[in-house]
Ligand binder design. Structure first.
Ligand code: GLU
Length: 481
């Protein structure tokens, strides 16, 4: 059994965005590569910003991406509970240890007093961190503050000298002078832990072996390491993943368009494609492969090939990888994915077997023309309804002369006793010869008349799926924009 225990510890204060999904993925890939344990822990100690919707959405997004957790909400496990607000008694116990062992102390400074002292320190060119005033309170002073009704916070005491260092899995040797670590708040006055305190207690008790998280946490790590040591926990190995930037090289945010996993899902991305693309943001396989199934990623993933330079999110590349994954799907899988989309668009009804069979045939003839699930309704509607959209850009292929030819084609088709792709093609070519025009002069306008688009699958295969009656009717009354 592997000793690898990793966790994804989102705060339920918003959607699972690209950065969070990438963090979850790297931890998951490492766990699966090492046959270790992947834990989901919900860090909801910010009571004002945490919401149940966000909690539910994070779980939903992880499941959609296929990132299953071995321990965590809805799964249980031997180290639970896995939601921090349910672990308050545990934090209280560790807070007491801080007090008992002189590793922490109560601080009665009010927020406005702290702000004022901070401003003064900055004005005088001194470090703005907490001035440690309450470290040395006498019992008498403490009693006076309590009598004033001040609710204390608990601060963790940081060393006054020396350095705290670790070998980061991404950045290598990393060290901080302890003098820059001010005595941070471990327990807030409402009794909830701060992120740093909750993370240390939980990572320690949950026996986390490796912490892979965003670069933005790097300055928290020395504070956490001091506490891991103080509590006698074995500190995990840390790897700080480089930030993800937008094309303008600013930190990726909503401004850059689709940012949450569910937005990608709604835009028609396949989860395995998004997983593939996210894996390449901060990790490289060591060769120039780009398209990976999830199984291949698990096999190839290694902490040794984490990059330490910021990754730029490239939507075009994500789309390209999605198109490649669409190609990997067998028809049956595409039918499974397309059917609910047709139902949602009212293009088919639950239980309509004929429509489902037709869908299979359409997908078959479409080949690799879908690069995105979102394209499905646009390309498929003409096979299921007369109310399909028409591309106005293509209208010129159906000018007066073309329309006349198409009408002649309709007349020839109407007479046929049997209507197949092969027969339809023969008749069209014969008519082109008789009219002394190129076959294309019939094919292109006919395609537009039948589907409202200038591109699509083989015209004759499409005709066979549509059937003689529909083909004749549409050729007779070509739709125009
Ligand atoms: N709740 C923290 C966050 O969402 C977790 C950071 C960590 O992985 O330690 O940023």
């Amino acid at each position: 059994m592997s000793h690898v225990r990793v966790r994804f510890a989102p705060s339920p204060t918003g959607t699972l965005h690209v950065g969070g999904a990438r963090t979850a993925l790297f931890n998951w890939l490492y766990a699966r590569n090492q046959q270790g344990i992947f834990i989901l822990r919900i860090e909801d100690t910010d009571q004002e910003r945490s919401t149940v919707e966000s909690h539910a959405q994070i779980l939903r997004s992880l499941r959609w991406l296929g990132l299953d957790w071995d321990e965590g909400p809805e799964m249980g496990g031997a180290f639970g509970p896995y939601v921090q607000s349910e672990r308050r008694a545990i934090y209280a116990q560790y807070a007491q240890r801080l007090l008992d062992e002189g590793l922490g102390y109560h601080c009665y400074c009010a927020p406005d007093e702290l702000a004022q002292r901070r401003a003064e320190a900055m004005a005088q060119g001194r470090p703005p961190g907490y001035d440690r005033r309450c470290r040395t309170l006498t019992d008498e002073q403490r009693r006076r503050f309590e009598a004033e009704g001040r609710a204390p916070v608990l601060r963790a005491r940081m060393p006054d000298e020396g350095v705290t260092k670790w070998t980061d899995l991404v950045h290598g040797e990393t060290e901080f002078q302890n003098t820059v670590l001010d005595d941070w708040v471990a327990l807030k006055s409402d009794g909830f832990p701060t992120y740093n305190f909750g993370a240390v207690v939980d990572d320690g008790l949950m026996e986390i072996s490796h912490v892979l998280r965003g670069d933005d946490h790097i300055s928290n790590t020395p504070r956490q390491i001091v506490l891991f040591k103080a509590f006698g926990f074995r500190a995990p190995k840390f790897g700080h993943l480089p930030m993800i930037l937008g094309p303008d090289r600013q930190r990726l945010s909503k401004r850059h368009g689709a940012a949450s996993a569910e937005e990608f899902r709604d835009a028609g991305f396949l989860p395995q494609a998004l997983v593939n693309y996210l894996a390449l943001l901060g990790w490289s396989p060591g060769d120039n492969r780009e398209v990976f199934t999830t199984e291949q990623l698990i096999k190839a993933f290694s902490l040794k090939r984490l990059n330490n330079t910021a990754a730029v999110f490239d939507l075009e590349k994500a789309k390209h990888i999605n198109a490649e994954h669409m190609k990997l799907l067998p028809t049956s899988a595409k039918v499974e994915l397309a059917w609910p989309i047709l139902l949602a668009r009212g293009l088919a009804h639950e239980g309509d077997e004929a429509a489902r069979i037709r869908l299979g045939r359409v997908i078959e003839i479409m080949g690799n023309r879908f690069s995105n699930l979102g394209d499905i309704p646009t390309h498929l509607a003409c096979y299921f309804t007369e109310d399909y959209s028409v591309d106005p850009q293509g209208a010129s292929v159906l000018d007066e002369a073309a329309r006349e030819r198409v009408h002649m084609l309709a007349a020839a088709y109407q007479k046929l006793p049997v209507f197949t792709a092969k027969i339809a093609e023969g008749v069209l070519r014969e008519l082109a010869t008789n009219l002394q025009v190129d076959a294309g002069d019939l094919i292109h306008p006919a395609r537009y008349a039948l589907s409202g688009r200038t591109v699509g699958p083989s015209l004759f295969a499409a005709m066979e799926v549509l059937g003689q009656k529909t083909v004749v009717a549409r050729l007779r009354r070509p739709k125009v924009s």
